[in-house]
Design a protein around this ligand. Structure first.
Ligand SMILES: Nc1ncnc2c1ncn2[C@@H]1O[C@H](COP(=O)(O)OP(=O)(O)OP(=O)(O)O)[C@@H](O)[C@H]1O
Ligand SMILES: [Mg+2]
Length: 253
């Protein structure tokens, strides 16, 4: 019998490089993330982590290299189409409307509307199926009880939870999270970590995170970037005890 074909990776980067003038922010990064995997991306400040996410999401073009999503070459696919293909990422807080409720914000996002537009159109509350989707996403991130509160009354941590709920609305198969717990209190961070752990097991998650407790709690494998390059790769236990990683990363803290 022929050997079973190797399962297609959810996300593959092949020699991904991005230059800013003379600076190679990301250079020759190759990595393969399996479907359902939870992968941590760590590295010192300026290592190229966020730039790598921008290249994967299509927010910024590559200088060279290739990106594949479930085997499909998306290197030149525009950002919004990557979202339709199942690539999700957290939105910036500035995309939230502070004087709208949490649930309304999510429904507006589903409709792709600005709040000034919806009053002229069909009343928002009539979009029952959209509210059901919004409630599902809020439930997943542990924010169901805040659905009717105005976004401006949420804590910073709760706003970060809303951002993840927004990213979940598109039904992503691969989710990119860039420092989701940055600026959160320990209690908020623990709550968000729990919410990320409880995401559907089929969702592939790439997590950039400086808080090692959060990383070790969520991921099964870690890629360390240093000066734009993959520097080490392994299980959290392997990375934790790698003296080279301790020197470049833990040594800095
Ligand atoms: N749009 C840009 N134009 C010029 N240089 C940039 C741009 N974006 C990032 N850089 C540079 O590329 C390098 C990598 O930046 P990046 O933001 O990807 O690092 P990072 O690993 O996310 O760091 P941090 O942990 O601080 O978030 C840095 O030297 C940064 O100054
Ligand atoms: Mg960054």
């Amino acid at each position: 019998m022929p050997a079973a074909p190797a399962p297609t990776a959810a996300l593959e980067c092949e020699d991904v490089t991005r230059r800013f003038g003379g600076l190679e922010a990301v250079r020759d990064v190759s990595l393969s993330v399996s479907a359902g995997e939870r992968r941590g991306i760590i590295g010192p400040n300026g290592a190229g982590k966020t730039t790598l996410f921008r290249l994967i999401s299509g927010e910024m073009p590559l200088t060279s290299g290739r990106v594949r999503l479930f085997g499909r070459d998306i290197t030149h696919v525009p950002c919004h189409r990557r979202t339709h293909l199942g690539l999700g990422r957290t939105f910036q807080i500035t995309n939230l409307f502070p004087t709208q409720t949490v649930a309304d914000n999510l429904v507006l996002a589903i409709l792709g509307l600005h709040p000034s537009k919806f009053s002229m159109l069909r009343p928002l509350w009539t979009y029952r199926e959209h509210y059901a989707r919004a409630d599902g996403a809020l439930e997943t991130v542990g924010l169901a009880e805040r659905r009717d509160d105005l976004v401006r009354n949420l804590s910073h941590g709760e706003q970060r939870q809303v951002e993840i709920a927004l990213a979940l609305l598109g039904g992503p198969r691969v989710l990119l999270l860039d420092e989701p717990t940055a600026g959160l209190s320990p209690a908020e961070s623990a709550r968000l970590t729990r919410a990320i752990r409880q995401l559907d097991a089929g969702i592939t998650v790439l997590l950039i995170e400086h808080d090692m407790d959060v990383v070790f709690d969520i991921v099964s494998r870690i890629t360390v970037l240093h000066q734009g390059r993959p520097f080490a790769d392994g299980t959290p236990a392997e990375i934790r005890k790698d003296p080279r990683v301790q020197k470049i990363y833990f040594g800095e803290q």
